[in-house]
Design a protein around this ligand. Structure first.
Ligand code: TEU
Length: 564
């Protein structure tokens, strides 16, 4: 099969192997009705701009009915659009417009937990311990004399314990329910066949309406180890010593009884069977799990198609570390016949241009606030562009996060009064959380207070002053702008079939400060510094440097693509 075939997204079952998918965070993409909150109409109206950018598909974070305690990742009805974002008719109109532009629409599936406002959870609270209603979720009796202690030592990802005690309908303090995230996000009991059937139905509902597939939230959490044993305390795998390099998978499964349990693969296969009832659909796992060989198990042929490569995302901007992550990724995913799915930013992490403006990456999920050390914005932007150009030359799929095509930085000085991330509240402000990467996009710089995000100038989170200069209209047609860089990279990636290409490290072009690889006859060279390097002979296709042209030397933190 030639790369060309792989690149025809239309009616090609393998389109996901090489596609570039753009993540939309609906609250912050574009506001169609002026209330300061992004919505489905806003997405539809701005869709031609994404077609111009050159992406193949969009993935929208949740827009379902929700009390919005975790920005929509707390769903109270999986088949209803939250009025904040529009109606089912608006969804249908979005699909129709996307079809016209040959853009696929992936929706978010949140199966690990629902909102505490979901009818099923309300019914569970109203019912008795041991009832079928309670069995839809993870209710347990507490420890201690009167059940006053939580059933085990598990912690919520957002801080504090992962259990909340309820008051029984007849008055006394009663059972506890598990929530790996906020207390408003009770975990479903995936051992219960009714839970599985519920999601079969939800999936078919969106697939029938034209969704191209699902990004599946918390795709490592649904199955808990039998008996819910305590977590064995360990070093956090992100940063410092990596637990995954020390322990075997079996040991990791035992140490972390809430995550990555073997039974999850049966659920992965069930999801896959549902999407396979429809043509050309795709499943992408949010499986934040290491090491890469373990992560690759989520994308075996009968499980997910894609899995975000969080190993690459978490790798600091250091030549040998990037080299190791890419080599390990390509090896691990090839072994199961899957491509790597590259990604640098999303709605849970500090935007990569900001991350890279630090010598040491701030901890994922903690966020940056006015009292944190501030990043070097220019350095971060330079490295961020170089990293994107490095990534988009690689074979495999890639995800972009809205705003990164503008080089948009994180809001790093957002005040406490604006914080919405449950992490902020559950840690009493100690970890400020993820709001800084979720700020509404600037479209037309200076037209109003929201830089064109909404017609009224309203925004649900304030933009920092710098957003005017990053606005899309200020970059359109401007040589060297980040927007024009992304357009060129995406166009060349298609032309040279890089997403479906043949990768090899090109040691002959590399020295101790650079990384070089060849993919389908295109040399990608990145200079990590400290000195400029000579640009090899060949036709320069694009570079992150200056106005996207380069002469003899490639400067520090720059990438160039050369046709050999
Ligand atoms: O995230 C799952 C997850 O574990 C992390 O990305 C988490 O948000 C981060 O480590 C916090 O520091 C998914 C969604 O992407 C996220 O937005 C939701 O909040 C979360 O699930 C709960 O649904």
């Amino acid at each position: 099969m030639t790369g060309e075939i792989l690149y025809q997204t239309k009616d090609n079952p393998e389109w996901w192997r090489s596609s570039v998918i753009y993540q939309i965070y609906p609250r912050s993409f574009a506001d169609g009705n002026g209330d300061g909150m992004g919505d489905l109409t806003g997405i539809r109206e701005r869709l031609p701009k994404l077609a111009e950018l050159g992406i193949d598909a969009i993935w929208c974070s949740p827009f379902f009915e929700s009390p919005q305690k975790d920005a929509g990742y707390d769903v109270s009805d999986y088949k209803v659009i939250d009025p904040l974002f529009g109606t089912l008719q608006d969804f249908d109109l979005l699909i129709a417009e996307a079809n016209k532009l040959n853009i696929k629409v992936i929706v978010d599936l949140v199966p690990n937990h629902s909102s505490s406002e979901h009818e099923l959870f309300k019914a569970a609270l109203a019912a008795k311990p041991g009832s079928p209603e309670r069995d839809m979720y993870m209710f347990r009796d507490g420890k201690g004399k009167n059940g006053e202690l939580p059933p085990n030592n598990w912690e919520s990802v957002f801080g504090d314990i992962a259990w909340t005690r309820i008051t029984e309908p007849d008055g006394p303090p009663g059972q506890w329910y598990l929530h790996l995230f906020d207390s408003t996000q009770p975990d479903f009991n995936w051992d219960n066949p009714k839970v599985r059937e519920l999601f079969d139905d939800v999936m078919r509902f969106w697939l029938e309406r034209g969704a191209a597939g699902f990004r599946v939230d918390v795709a490592t959490g649904m199955v808990k180890r039998a008996g819910l044993p305590d977590v064995i305390k360990q070093e956090a795998p992100m940063g410092g010593v990596s637990a995954e390099e020390i322990y075997s998978v079996a040991e990791l499964e035992e140490m972390n009884p809430a995550w990555g349990q073997p039974g999850i693969h049966e659920i992965n296969r069930r999801f896959r069977r549902i999407v396979d009832e429809f043509d050309n659909r795709v499943l992408c796992a949010e499986a934040w799990i290491g090491p890469l060989s373990r992560m690759a198990k989520w994308v075996r042929p009968d499980e997910y198609h894609q899995n975000f490569n969080f190993d690459f995302l978490g790798t600091p901007w250091v030549q040998e570390k990037i080299e190791k992550s890419v080599t390990n990724s390509i090896t691990a995913f090839s072994e199961v016949g899957a491509p790597s799915t590259w990604v640098l930013s999303n709605h849970d992490v500090i935007r990569h241009v900001t991350r890279m403006g630090y010598d040491e990456i701030p901890k994922q999920g903690d966020g940056i606030g006015p009292n944190s050390p501030q990043p070097d914005e220019a350095l971060g932007l330079r490295r961020g562009r170089a990293a994107t150009a490095f990534m988009l030359g690689l074979p495999g799929g890639a995800y972009l996060y809205q705003g990164e095509e503008l080089g948009l930085p994180e809001h790093t000085t957002l005040g406490a009064a604006y914080r919405e991330d449950p992490t902020f509240f559950r840690t009493k402000g100690e970890r400020v959380g993820r709001d800084g990467c979720r700020v509404p996009l600037p479209w037309e710089g200076g037209v109003n207070e929201s830089n064109g995000f909404s017609t009224t100038g309203q925004t649900w989170l304030p933009q920092p002053a710098s957003y005017a200069k990053y606005a899309r209209d200020r970059q359109e047609g401007v040589a060297g702008s980040t927007l024009e860089l992304y357009k060129r990279l995406l166009k060349l990636r298609k032309q040279h079939l890089l997403g479906a290409g043949n990768f090899r490290w090109a040691k002959e072009y590399q020295d101790k400060n650079t990384l070089a690889y060849v993919n389908n006859g295109v040399l990608v060279l990145t200079n990590f510094g400290p000195d400029p390097v000579v640009v090899p002979a060949g036709e320069i296709l694009v570079t992150t440097q200056h106005d996207l042209t380069v002469e003899k030397e490639l400067e520090i933190d720059q990438t160039v693509w050369i046709k050999l």
